[in-house]
Every structure is written in structure tokens, then in C-alpha cells.
Ligand binder design. Sequence first.
Ligand code: NI
Length: 173
Amino acid sequence: MALLPIIHYPDPRLYKIAKPVSVVDGRVKSIVADMAQTMYEAPGVGLAATQVDIHERIIVADCSDERNQLLVFINPEILWSSPEKKAWREGCLSVPDYFDEVERATQVRVKALNVDGKEFEMELDGLLAVVLQHEMDHLVGKVFVEYLSAFKRARISMKMKKRAKQSNKELVR
Ligand code: NI
């Protein structure tokens, strides 16, 4: 297993569209293991492959308090979204230290492959439903800040660029 570097907004690689996984083989299992380790280490509640510069439809998530209920969604498809929506304060490992409200369906039914390549369906609500919708956006090149105003996005971009400069300075120090 290995920790993967997480790319930060507004890196253009975050806008790439992920391709479906054609076969869940050892290569994919190893990507899943690395993504899970990266998510737990960050720490985060969800991670899409796009965020680690792998442009395949793979998501890992764990919203449990004990951090021992890893969920893997390969080639996820939302079959149904509740008409009820709710605004949640979201964050993203690709947009460190920034949180803002986004409105999402409160419940979704998803179909995906698990890490063994087996198809499953699952109904999600609460934080897990939010996380899945957030991560599925990543797979189509959408970061949650795209839901915010252009003004807010510009400020976030500036903040992130400043932050990147700062950490580069720290690296060469
Ligand atoms: Ni995110």
C-alpha cells in the first residue's frame, strides 16, 4: 500500500472525466487499497480516484465513527435520488480548510461494483448520501466549489494558490 498525493483545486486534472473500470483485477484492488490508506491518513470520509490523478470510476468512503467500515464503489451509478434536498456544510481533501453549504438529495440509491467486482445496490442517507454525491461529482470533473458563486470560487482559487506557494517554499527550505 502507498499514500497517494492528493491534487488540490484549481488543478486542471480535477476537471478530467473518469473512465469506467473494465475489469476489477489486482491493479484495481491495489488502487483501492492505496486510496483507502490515503483517505484514512488525510483524514477524510471519502475520496474519488480523480483526486489522486487516477481517472477511473473508483470511490472509497467511510463515515463510521470507528473508521472501520470501508465502502468501495466501482463504476457507481445513481439509480434514484430523493426529491427532498438538504444543505450540508461540505469540505473536500482537494480544497483544504474550506467548508461551505451545498444542497444535495437527502437519499440516494446507488448501484456499483465492490472490490471483488461484484455488483451491489445500496440505499444511502445522511452524511453517506452526501459523500457519495460529492465523490461522484469528482468523477465527472466537478469540485463542490462549482456550486458556489463565481466570487467565492475566485477567492478560494486565490487562497489555494497562496497555500501552494507557501508549501513549495517549505519544501525548498
Ligand atoms: Ni472532494
